[in-house]
Design a protein around this ligand. Structure first.
Ligand code: CU
Length: 267
């Protein structure tokens, strides 16, 4: 009896905790509302199944509790029940996976007018590279990394000369403009994550991964590393400031000192 009651309390308490919990997502600041919707669908399905299974278990424990002389009926095979369970489980799993496929299709279909930016992770800081006036990022290779070339740009690539390099500082983005974030790591696995943007992606040494987003509101948001990357992992933080287009363009004007050509010029 006590076990059955505890199970009922666990099931109802979990639902109550979910409903009144102060811990919920940060307010969204990107176009990825579909990701939230997908997670909510998963919450509903797993929540309903969890409550149904635990309450059913509590019922069975109470209803079929031990009594003198009562024996269990042995039923090794029940085709009808198995079909039912297989069907319901199959529909539940498909309902959880199918929305994700639609979202993934959007996630990997980058809008043509998206601006390429680069985010580079290293133990334990973030750096960024923005295309200059030509709108193109120059090529880079981790083998080129040196004290005056922290992101390893190719020195003879003309596209890279006006690239703006921001080392360990603050990333800025204009609101309402799609951005394709190209992600590189120059040492170990990192993961570029801004909770308000929802999108996140691993950064793998030796390859360029990416995701895209459109910031939907201005504000300053925290950048976190979401991949355990060594003892400094919890300190690997940064900020991204989403600004109006005028503010962003005004800031861009002031960045001419930070071009790759300037930074790597011999003093
Ligand atoms: Cu990291």
């Amino acid at each position: 009896m006590a076990v059955a009651l505890i199970l009922v309390v666990v099931a109802l308490g979990s639902v109550l905790f979910h409903l009144v919990s102060p811990w919920w997502w940060t307010p969204i600041a990107s176009n990825w509302r579909f990701i939230d919707d997908t997670i909510i669908i998963t919450f509903w399905i797993t929540g309903l199944v969890f409550v149904a299974v635990v309450l059913f278990m509590a019922y069975c424990i109470y209803r079929f509790r031990h009594e003198k002389g009562r024996t269990a009926a042995y039923e090794p095979e029940n085709k009808r029940l198995e079909w039912w369970l297989t069907g319901v489980t199959g529909v539940g799993v498909a309902a959880m996976l199918a929305p994700g496929l639609f979202v993934w299709n959007q996630f990997i279909t980058v809008p043509e007018d998206a601006t390429n930016i680069e985010v580079v992770g290293q133990q334990w800081q973030w750096s960024y590279r923005l295309p200059g006036a030509d709108g193109k990022l120059g090529m880079a290779d981790t083998r080129n990394v040196s004290a005056d070339n922290p992101l390893g740009l190719k020195r003879d690539d003309p596209n890279g000369q006006d690239d703006i390099i921001i080392e360990g500082g603050e990333l800025r983005l204009p609101v309402g403009k799609p951005v394709k974030a190209l992600l590189r790591s120059i040492d170990v696995l990192h993961n570029f994550y801004v909770p308000e943007f929802r999108a996140k992606m691993d950064m793998v040494p030796g390859q360029v991964s990416y995701f895209w987003l459109t910031p939907t509101r201005t504000g300053t948001f925290e950048i976190l590393c979401a991949e355990l990357c060594g003892v400094g992992h919890p300190h690997m933080r940064g900020t991204v400031m989403v600004q109006t287009e005028q503010e962003y363009l005004a800031w861009m004007q002031e960045q001419s000192e930070r071009t790759f050509a300037r930074l790597s010029a011999p003093n």
